[in-house]
Ligand binder design. Sequence first.
Ligand code: FES
Ligand code: FES
Length: 160
Amino acid sequence: MPKVPVQFTLNGEEKAEFVDSGATLLKALRDKIGDHSPKGGCHQGTCGACSVLVDGELKLSCLVLAETCQGASVTTAAGLAENGVLHPLQRAFIDGFAAQCGFCTPGMLMAAKSLLDRVPNPTRDDVVEAISGNICRCTGYEPIIQAVLTAARANSQNAA
Ligand code: FES
Ligand code: FES
């Protein structure tokens, strides 16, 4: 398999690696760079566990070729905390028991982050829609929905 160079920013840090031509961003992140926060569930775009932001846009990293991310800014759940302080979404997920096995959680967090970046004060329906591509087999979704709404409230109080 021919190797191709890829260079992008991951959670604010420059990364440069050689990956197999045709390798997905998910594979590059997990197997080459060592960021295991995006999870490989279905590897075919249906579970959302691999969700990341590429240049601020929510992407399923199992469907993105790593070589198309040249020069991009990639954000994963591992990059949400700042200076050791959890992101409000992470705090709300913990406090609201919105993670059980945790497999879906990084993807849920990124889908929720994408929503709050676009819609700081979402409705419940907005949250349901935003996480509709992310499958959770444990929680029944309600704690996740409530956690996202709690984080949105915390964000708007911090901004006030
Ligand atoms: S692993 Fe990418 S959507 Fe399931
Ligand atoms: S917490 Fe287990 S799949 Fe969501």
